[in-house]
Design a protein around this ligand. Structure first.
Ligand code: SF4
Length: 129
């Protein structure tokens, strides 16, 4: 599975809400497959989630500059190497411990339209731990 780095942060907080029905179906499928098969490769630019997004225009995001910034930040924090292979569950755990729980999410993608929803999900998950 090809995944751009910042989508690791989106996937951990995904609760079935997305940009379109097609996007939601694809996002759910990608997450289910990753949980099952468990290996992903970080890629630069559009990935297997962007493939069903209404804002993807032939591999270029409508907010390309912003999402590239998120990708750079996420890749730096997690020390990801583009083209390498990673266990999804291990990365998901690191995202939770090193980004959600430290409060670092806001400095990476605080200007994302979904950010407040993600913070609510993190808060609820903490309460239920
Ligand atoms: S095209 Fe842009 S908005 Fe759509 S999933 Fe990819 S990065 Fe997110």
């Amino acid at each position: 599975m090809r995944i751009r780095p910042h989508h690791l942060l989106c996937m951990g907080n995904y609760i079935g809400k997305g940009y379109s029905r097609e996007f939601e179906i694809n996002m759910s499928r990608v997450i289910a497959e990753l949980k099952n098969r468990s290996v992903l490769t970080p890629v630069e630019g559009a990935d297997d989630i962007c493939a069903a997004c209404p804002f993807d225009h032939h591999g270029v995001c409508e907010t390309e500059e912003k999402v590239r910034r998120y990708d750079r930040e996420a890749a730096d924090r997690l020390g990801l190497v583009y083209g390498a292979e990673y266990e999804y569950e291990e990365l998901a755990r690191r995202v939770a411990d090193e980004i959600y729980m430290t409060g670092d999410l806001t400095s990476i993608c605080g200007d994302c339209e979904w950010h407040s929803l993600c913070l609510d999900v993190i808060k609820n998950n903490r309460k239920n731990q």
